[in-house]
Every structure is written in C-alpha cells, then in structure tokens.
Design a protein around this ligand. Structure first.
Ligand code: FAD
Length: 384
C-alpha cells in the first residue's frame, strides 16, 4: 500500500521533503499558504550536509548552474568610503570545493522544478486542524478539505502553524536573538555597489549589505540589534529601517524609501528550541523545527539535509514511522544544536555591538587572504 504524506509549506524544506518522499515511493501532497510560488530571497551559502543531500537527490547539477562562483566582499563606511576588501580568491578558498553561493530563490526554484508534475502543490490554503490516530493523521484544510495521511510534515517556517496546532504556542519555543532582519530583492544595483560582490556597510550594531550575483540578481539585507524586536516589527519595515539606518548615507536611504510591505521579508532573528521534533505521525522540518537563523548561515543546507535523511529513515523502517522519526532526530540533533550554538555565538560578529567587537570581527577578514587565516576562518565558520 502506498504511503501518503501531507507536507505543509512549499519552501526549501517542504519541497525537498516532497522530492525525497516521492523518490522512495510515497505519495506526498504539499499545502502552501501563499497564492503562488514565492521567489523572493537573499544570498545564501550552501554547503555541508545540504550539499551532499542535493548531490544524492540529483538536484546538484541544477544548483551548480545557478552557482555564481566566489564573490568578493567589500566593506564600506556608512558614507560609502572604502574600508577594505576580501578578495575573490580568499572567499573561494573559504567556501571550498563543495560550497555554492546562491540566491535563496534559486534553491526553491530548482526543487520546485524537480517536483513539478510529480507532486501536487495546493497553493492558497493552509491547515486549520490536525487529529492523530494510532495509524495515521488527519489534516483539515481551511477550505474544508480533509486529508488522511501516514505522516504530516510541518515545513511551514519559523511561525509554523503545524507546530502551534500539535506542539503548542510559538512563545514556548521561540528564542529571540535581539535582532531584526529585513531582506529584499532589487531590480537594479545601486550606484557604488560592486558587481559580483557582497558590499557591506557596518555601523556598530547594524549591518547593511547588497549582494550582486550577476545580472538581475541583486538583493539587499539589513540586520540590527534591538532590545525589543517586537516593537521594531510593529513599526513596519520602512519606518523601522529609516530610524535604525539614519546615519548610513550611502545607498540605504533610497532603498528604504522604495520598500513596500509586500516586497520585503521583515522579521525578528529567532531560533526555535524544541526538545522533540515529532509527535506520533507529525514531524517538524526546517525552520519550523529548529530555525538556526541567518547568523548560522546554514538553514537551507539543514532543510535539504534534514529532508534527505527523513526519506532515508522512512525507507529503513517502512512499517514503523515512529521508530523512523526517532532515528532521524537522534542523527540530526547534534548537528542542529551545534549550528544553533554557532548562530548565537555569531550574533556579535554579524552586527558587532561595540567598536572593539567591530575591530575583532574585521581583523581576520582583513587578513583572510593569508592561508593560515583562511583555514582558521573555515574552521570558525564550519564551512565543511
Ligand atoms: C537574511 C537571511 C540570510 C540567510 N542566509 C542563509 C545562508 O547563507 N545559508 C543558509 O543555508 N541559510 C540561510 N538562511 C536561512 C534559510 O533561508 C532558511 O533556513 C531556509 O530557507 C529553510 O526554510 P524552510 O523551508 O524551513 O522555511 P521557509 O523558507 O520559511 O518556508 C516555509 C514555507 O511555508 C509556507 N507557510 C508558512 N506558514 C504556512 C501555513 N500556515 N500554511 C501553509 N504554508 C505556510 C511559507 O509561505 C513558505 O513557503 C538565511 C535566512 C535569512 C532570513
């Protein structure tokens, strides 16, 4: 009898799970709240477990086609004056042979194309109730549809509805890291931003970065420290960023002025700390389960790696889903916790909280072209 899965969320985690479960002979269906495929994004580094999983799942060639190669990293003062640049060769050495620089939307697109025609995706709907039985799970959608399945996968991101319905309210699991992040794609590269580069302005406690990964592939992101992320979010992205970046005169004012609520991702930087990721026939995957945050730089890699491993254990225990989920979590959890700890540690180095922290962050970057420093940074950033 063919096993059925309902996957909530068509992000990187959900689409990767759909692909992997289809591959092992399951019948997945994906439920996505957005009315159509979301393609927004920012630049991500993709390596480690995710890279190996993508290789096994057959999507690595398509990801490699979109890989931009190494970029240079230019650091500017708030008025646009040059501070220092980490050359492309040093960045290439940092990322290593098995690392890619991609837009988040590239990964989603590749997975979407890989499942197209194989797995149905229902857009514009969500799950409103979940009921578990001994041998399966029932999901009720907000349009009244009832879906019975062997497994329900909550891959619906940081603010997961599945987690809320099955495990409890978000506040119980969310750990705010005292920062907010705004990210948006850009239709042009602002004057003074470099091509094939990450151009970063650092002011104490604030980062503003423009990424260019080739023609028409531009993104901006902002992240800054705040004692009260909720109050910042309540202001909306334009007002919050206008206030937080008023001292940054290079490029930021125009970009912020052009923002509208629907072309920007604006959220607090928060981790999800849950002592278990499954309950009966329901499992959480990706940011819904563990959100390591952008400070860990590993969320996409873990989402695909986690989906791949889920397929492997479900194949290993075809008649015992609970045993499969136990094994999945036991294997994945040490790496997730290590990356979460790294995300917390890195909070200060992404948006240095003082001049001293800024100097400490910049020194190894300024020296990144020297092989011993490259090796030290690779270890520090866990680029393997
Ligand atoms: C600025 C920034 C930089 C980053 N840089 C990196 C990096 O360098 N490397 C890296 O590996 N990772 C990086 N990440 C993290 C990475 O993008 C995520 O961890 C990764 O995309 C995993 O996403 P996900 O599929 O679990 O969740 P999401 O991408 O949030 O997808 C969840 C999906 O579920 C849908 N959904 C939500 N609620 C519902 C609902 N109730 N019903 C139905 N559908 C729903 C959403 O619309 C969405 O499609 C970065 C993140 C940010 C914000």
């Amino acid at each position: 009898m063919t096993r059925k899965a309902v996957i909530v969320g068509a992000g990187i985690a959900g689409l990767a799970a759909a692909l992997r479960l289809h591959e092992i002979g399951w019948e997945p269906v994906v439920i996505e709240r957005a009315p159509a495929r979301r393609n927004g994004g920012y630049a991500v580094a993709f390596f480690g477990r995710g890279y190996s999983a993508a290789e096994r799942m057959g999507v690595l060639p398509a990801l490699r086609e979109r890989h931009f190669g190494a970029v240079e990293m230019a650091y500017l003062k708030p008025d646009g004056r040059h501070r220092f640049t980490v050359p492309r060769d040093a960045v290439r050495a940092l990322l290593g042979e098995r690392g890619l620089t991609l837009m988040r939307g590239d990964i989603e697109e590749v997975l979407f194309e890989a499942v197209h025609g194989k797995v149905p995706i229902r857009f514009g709907t969500t799950v409103s109730a979940v009921k578990q039985a001994d041998h399966g799970v029932r999901a009720v959608l907000d349009d009244g549809t009832v879906l019975d399945a062997d497994l329900l996968i909550g891959a619906d991101g940081l603010h997961s509805k599945v987690r809320e319905l099955v495990f409890g309210p978000e506040e119980r699991f969310r750990r705010d890291l005292g920062h907010v992040v705004a990210a948006t794609t850009l239709d042009h590269l602002p004057d003074g931003a470099r091509e094939r580069a990450f151009t970063t302005v650092t002011r104490v406690g604030h980062i503003f970065m423009i990424a260019n990964l080739g023609r028409d592939r531009n993104a901006a992101f902002f992240t800054y420290g705040t004692p009260d992320p909720a109050a910042e979010l309540a202001k909306g992205p334009r007002r919050a960023l206008e206030q937080a970046y008023r001292d940054v005169t290079w490029a930021a004012p125009n970009l912020i002025n052009d923002l509208s609520d629907d072309n920007v991702y604006f959220d607090s930087v928060s981790q999800i700390i849950a002592d278990r990721w499954s309950d009966g026939h329901v499992v959480l995957l990706g940011d819904a389960a563990w959100c390591v945050t952008l400070f860990a730089g590993y969320g996409s890699s873990l989402a695909i790696g986690g989906a791949d491993l889920l397929g492997t254990v479900l194949q290993r225990y075809p008649d015992d889903i609970r045993a499969a989920l136990r094994e999945w979590e036991a294997e994945l959890r040490p790496e997730v916790e290590e990356r979460q700890a790294m995300g917390r540690r890195n909070t200060g180095s992404h948006a240095p909280a003082s001049r001293l922290d800024l100097l400490k962050r910049d020194l190894p970057l300024r020296l990144a072209g020297f092989p011993p420093v490259t090796r030290m940074l690779r270890r520090h950033l866990r680029f393997h």
